[in-house]
Design a protein around this ligand. Structure first.
Ligand code: SAT
Ligand code: MN
Length: 601
């Protein structure tokens, strides 16, 4: 533990300061309180300008935090190597600090707010000594959007300050949106000693506050993303009547038709970023199908005055997984990360070019691995960390939707829930109605992969892919979802997809990637009322003739859609286990929905 708060000495001399503080007295006062606590040696007010980003990048290179990459092959790019103990989100030290445990619900780690403040205050005392405190004002959402929220992050990590400049609308734009008022999320972040045993990511939804200590990794440290846009956001959404979701947003345009916007929730390792950036395969492109990206991770959705659901991406950049990215799996991502990108924990070739497993081109005979150690193909370990990332702004995406700039958001016609399941769950099904759709989302379960620690191939329930991100009791979150049936007159259709079903030999029944557009095309045509389906116990399913299956083995498609009644009995028992956790907070409508499914089966 650090020294007690009483031993804090007030600094008498003015802090060396870069940039100008805003007029907003609430901001100045709060920043001063945090300076007194963390005792930085210098203060830097970020304005979000391009000059600032360039100057801070130079400074980060001088400090050894970033390595400049080859300006010919990867112009404007740099590499960051994280502490090897700090390469992923850490759910065990992520807390929801609501006044009571039951407000946080059974699926969140809970700490009493007073205890959390006390524990973290002890960590923060003097934690920025010898460091600069960066003041990073940021806007989640577009200026002028009904949902836009201002946050201010104080951080002692220049990597975090630079990354926030790519991931959010950062600087003046946020302070202008805030004006003189007090409505901003207070985000305090210090890497401290980067010790996994002294690491805390604490959310105080009632105080609109996030305190993060002991990690510099993305979701733990870039506090606009999972912390504000999902955990605090979902709490605010419940209070204010909207939804903060772990969803991609994309547009799909049929030949000569209207662009249809869909949102989709997938747990990690299901290819969400690849789907958000999907390029139509030649056969579809030739017919005139087009796709576009609005967001790859987070959707804020609200009921418009028109009775429809509107979705916007609160972020301004991508923080995507790098390994496996190539011209076949995701050509748009390859383009995005070809310039002005921060890479984290990828490998480095002798000529200063980044490298990762699954990159186009040959496997190098030698390089430095993600920790900076010499590596050859014979090393017997990965060169890039499996969770290595690229950080770059949205506008570098050649497939960025023009609709991404609309502060009102895109009109949502379909919501897709998806998961990785080798058995039982069919390739695609459409919910009978809103409640049934919410049931499909609430019972989502996905198989764990080697990318995460723990057992491989076990089904982990992850309702709406929000298990680690819902900032309040998930039972009440389900009720909130159900309430949109009445809040909307033009309800999106809801679908469930599983690209990962396998045959008896363990081979995927569906080709996936670009071919997923065959299923998205059916979804779009369902939304436009142009294609049929059959009624099954699980929901509406396409008949083979309802889909473009040109070049696809029809028998394998049918196998991917098969319903195995025995496997479904087990699935229902597993779902029951999840619902039981929520006790009295579990809405009756979903229990009734399960009974209807049981009787249909
Ligand atoms: O750092 S993030 O939380 O955004 C990425 C992840 O899902 O782990
Ligand atoms: Mn995510």
């Amino acid at each position: 533990m650090g020294p007690s708060p009483q031993s804090t000495t007030q600094r008498s001399t003015a802090l060396p300061t870069t940039g100008r503080p805003p007029e907003n007295a609430h901001v100045r006062q709060w920043v001063q309180t945090c300076i007194d606590l963390c005792q930085p040696n210098a203060l830097y007010w970020c304005d979000g300008s391009a000059q600032e980003q360039a100057a801070l990048t130079q400074r980060a290179v001088a400090e050894g935090v970033l390595i400049s990459l080859n300006p010919q092959t990867f112009p404007g790019c740099s590499l960051h190597r994280s502490n090897p103990n700090d390469t992923a989100r850490t759910e065990y030290c992520t807390f929801t600090c609501t006044p009571t445990r039951e407000l946080a619900g059974p699926t969140n780690n809970w700490m009493a707010p007073e205890q959390a403040y006390q524990t973290l205050r002890a960590c923060y005392v003097g934690s920025m000594r010898g460091r600069t405190m960066y003041v990073v004002p940021f806007l989640m959402g577009l200026p002028g959007s009904p949902l836009a929220k201002v946050g201010i992050e104080l951080t002692d990590s220049i990597y975090v300050a630079l990354s926030m400049g790519l991931m959010t609308r950062m600087g003046r734009v946020a302070l202008d949106a805030l004006g003189g008022n007090d409505h901003f999320t207070r985000c305090l972040h210090s890497v401290g000693e980067c010790d996994p045993h002294r690491r805390y990511i604490c959310h105080f939804p009632q105080d609109n506050t996030v305190w993060s200590y002991g990690s510099g990794y993305g979701g733990n440290a870039l506090l606009g993303k999972k912390c504000l846009a999902l955990r605090i956001g979902s709490y605010l959404g419940h209070e204010e009547g909207w939804l903060a979701e772990h969803m991609l947003i994309m547009g799909i345009t049929p030949p000569g038709g209207q662009t249809t916007y869909i949102t989709g929730a997938f747990p990690s390792a299901c290819g969400k970023t690849n789907l958000a950036m999907l390029t139509p395969p030649p056969h579809f492109a030739a017919k005139g199908w087009k796709t576009e990206t609005i967001g790859d991770d987070i959707a804020w959705m609200y009921p418009g005055k028109d009775g429809a659901l509107h979705a916007l991406n609160p972020e301004y950049g991508y923080f995507g997984v790098v390994p496996g990215t190539n011209r076949t799996s995701n050509p748009n991502a390859v383009e995005i990360m070809s310039h002005d990108t921060i890479f984290t924990n990828v490998a480095l070739l002798p000529d200063g070019t980044p490298w990762w497993e699954g990159k186009d081109g040959p496997i190098p005979s030698r390089c430095l691995d993600w920790t900076g150690q010499p590596w050859t193909p014979a090393s017997g370990r990965k060169a890039a960390h499996p969770n290595s990332r690229f950080t770059a702004i949205l506008t570098q995406n050649p497939a960025l939707s023009p609709q991404a700039e609309d502060p009102a958001g895109a009109l949502v016609s379909a919501i897709i829930f998806g998961a990785r399941r080798s058995k039982t769950i069919p390739l695609i099904v459409e919910a009978f109605n809103w409640t049934h759709g919410v049931y499909l989302g609430a019972t989502m379960g996905s198989e764990t992969t080697a990318a995460a620690s723990g057992q491989v191939g076990v089904v982990r329930r992850d309702p709406m892919a929000m298990l680690p991100f819902c900032g309040y009791n998930m039972g009440r979150y389900f009720t909130h979802w159900l309430s949109f049936e009445k809040r909307l007159t033009k309800r999106p259709r809801i679908f469930f997809v599983n690209w990962f079903r396998t045959d008896a030999q363990g081979k995927f029944l569906w080709p996936g990637f670009g071919d997923n557009l065959r299923l998205l095309a059916w979804i779009v045509e369902r939304c436009q009322g142009r294609v049929g389906a059959i009624d099954t116990p699980l929901g509406w399913m396409p008949r083979p003739e309802d889909l473009d299956l040109d070049g696809i083995d029809r028998a394998r498609f049918e196998q991917a859609q098969a319903i195995d009644p025995g496997a479904w009995q087990q699935e229902l028992r597993d779902q029951e286990e999840l619902f039981t956790k929520f006790g009295a907070d579990m809405p009756n409508e979903l229990l009734a929905e399960r009974e209807r499914l049981r009787s249909r089966l």
